[in-house]
Design a protein around this ligand. Structure first.
Ligand code: NAD
Length: 517
């Protein structure tokens, strides 16, 4: 480990760094080189609960902080992120090894999400219905719930911060965040920004570790809810743990996204987008295209042009602006993806392009690289078409028409996103209405909705109903608290003591029945 990369990741609780001297640690690697660059503490029930306690203590005054003052922190956070966006992007390019151009894109997107969070005052206004009965009104307030905890995947350390924290704290809750042990650096840098904006202690806390940290929240009386972006098995495990303990959840799971290619697809745009969505972030994106359902008429041209474009993809260090694609996250991920290539071969698919053992510069020889990989002659029942590979591997299947593509999408257990390339308005409408997924793209490769709109899938890609961002992402962090209010005229204002003067005495029964129910 070089001296410049001796990074010690630490928990941040109640506005202070926590010295985890006696805690076990995991090694932190630079996936571009395979070199260890630091250590991450592996927390446990104790560190997890210390963080939720700090957040619960901070909630008492944070929820009473006037909304404009709370929002000033969100505005200041936005400005600080704009000011330091290059520092944040470099952090992501180092430990997650997302290519620097995409790391900058991720930071830019999260800045836009924080902008969306600035609309909270307009979106959490309550409702009042006067005179539900005589002298009785009903009032709904969007109340914060307390402490939320968030669990992040390795592949979007910044985006997931944005989906959870600004919305949670802007609505008056406090937060505990557990980054992935594989990409903790972004949040370590964010602490500098929390201190710059003087965010009150305990409003955002960070605790590192793996599932033990999360499991401690299931029956933690300080915790109101848990949010996750991660794989489907993890989402289901958290749903089970939180469900039996009555915690609120927002759980985004894994993905296996389809691209439908129609006979009139604008081919150059299609290839340009497919290279970005299939191989960008080395295929480690929940909206990456993985399965391609192509109609017979477009098949030969697609294969020829995709193969040529895929061979031109350059690989190298994620911080090198001159290459297109960085490595995958870990040696284990590389081995898993290589194993899927073996599985595809054993299942009888044709390996048109093999990304194993790509040529690299000497300094990246120990990095976790896999180049663009293409399988043809794939059928929907093959494991390479069914399971989430989460690497730069494309599986191409032939279909007779749009119905064949829609059927494949419907039959797949996951339902995050699906895209179509066509110029035909009939196909577009049919695809939008019938693709059995949560997010649809038309002539785009990555169908990521703008932060003003909800983001999330269906089926195994979303456990429960709550999606992130947009109005839905704000609503999740509040409850519709309802007050039924009877106004009693003060004594001495004309009514006899112990008697409520109700205007229109004839409706007294409706008052009683309303109060009784
Ligand atoms: P993962 O599920 O392995 O881990 C995610 C987080 O959950 C980590 O912080 C991990 O420490 C924690 N965790 C793991 N097992 C747990 C358990 N049993 N109980 C509690 N917590 C546990 O996912 P990953 O490999 O870090 O990230 C990649 C996955 O995330 C892919 O499946 C990808 O599709 C998914 N993802 C989905 C979206 C989306 O929008 N749907 C976005 C990004 C990533």
């Amino acid at each position: 480990m070089s001296a410049t990369q001796n990074i010690t990741i630490r928990d941040y609780v109640n506005g202070e760094w926590v010295d985890a001297a006696d805690s076990p640690t995991a090694a932190l690697f630079n996936p571009s080189t395979g070199q260890q660059i630091g250590v991450v503490p592996l927390g446990d029930e104790k560190s997890s609960r210390a963080a939720s306690k700090a957040a619960a203590d901070a909630f008492i005054s944070w929820k009473e902080t006037p909304l404009p003052k709370r929002m000033n922190y969100i505005f200041a956070l936005h400005s600080a992120m704009v000011e330091h966006k290059e520092m944040l992007a470099q952090a992501i390019a180092l430990d997650q090894a997302k290519h620097i151009s995409e790391a900058r894109g991720e930071v830019q997107r999260v800045i836009e999400i924080v902008q969306m969070a600035c609309t909270i005052p307009a979106l959490i206004q309550g409702e009042t219905i006067p005179q539900i009965a005589n002298n009785i009104s009903g009032k709904i307030i969007k109340a914060p719930l307390g402490v939320f905890c968030g669990v992040a995947p390795f592949n979007f350390p910044a985006l997931v911060f944005g989906w959870f924290i600004p919305f949670a704290i802007g609505t008056g809750n406090t937060f505990v965040y557990k980054p992935s042990t594989e990409s903790p650096l972004f949040m370590q840098k964010m602490v500098q920004l929390f201190e710059q904006i003087e965010l009150p202690a305990g409003v955002v806390n960070i605790v590192h570790g793996d599932r033990e940290v999360v499991e401690a929240w299931y029956d933690d009386e300080n915790v109101a809810g848990v949010c996750l972006v991660g794989s489907s098995p993890t989402a289901k495990a958290i749903a089970a743990g939180c469900g039996t303990n009555g915690k609120k959840t927002m759980l985004l799971g894994g993905a296996k996204n389809f691209l439908a290619v129609m006979e009139d697809a604008p081919m150059q745009e299609l290839i340009d987008n497919l290279v970005i969505s299939g191989y960008g972030s080395a295929g480690q994106r929940c909206l990456a295209i993985s399965n391609i359902a192509c109609v017979n008429e477009a098949y030969d041209e697609l294969i020829e042009r995709l193969l040529e474009a895929s061979k031109a993809v350059t690989l190298g260090d994620a911080t090198d602006p001159d290459v297109f694609m960085g490595p995958v996250i870990s040696a284990a991920a590389k081995a898993r993806i290589e194993n899927y290539i073996e599985i595809g071969l054993a299942e009888g698919a044709t390996l048109l392009l093999d990304g194993r053992n790509p040529s690299l510069k000497a300094e990246n020889a120990d990095g976790y690289f896999i180049g663009p990989t293409i399988f043809t002659d794939v059928t929907p029942d093959m494991r390479i078409a069914k399971e989430e590979i989460f690497g730069p591997v494309l599986s191409i299947m032939k279909v007779g028409c749009i119905d064949g593509a829609l059927r494949m999408i419907k039959n797949h257990p996951m339902g995050n996103g699906a895209c179509i390339f066509t110029q035909n308005a009939y196909y577009i409408e049919k695809f939008i209405n019938n693709a059995d997924v949560g997010m649809v793209g038309v002539n785009v490769g990555v169908c990521a909705p703008h932060p003003y709109m909800p983001f999330g899938g269906i089926k195994d890609s979303l456990v429960g109903n709550n999606k992130v961002q947009g109005k839905e992402g704000i609503d999740f962090f509040t409850q519709n608290k309802v007050a039924t209010i009877r106004v009693v005229e003060p004594t001495g204002s004309g009514a006899k003591q112990g008697e409520t003067k109700v205007s229109g005495q004839e409706s007294d029964n409706s008052v009683r029945s309303c109060v009784a129910s």
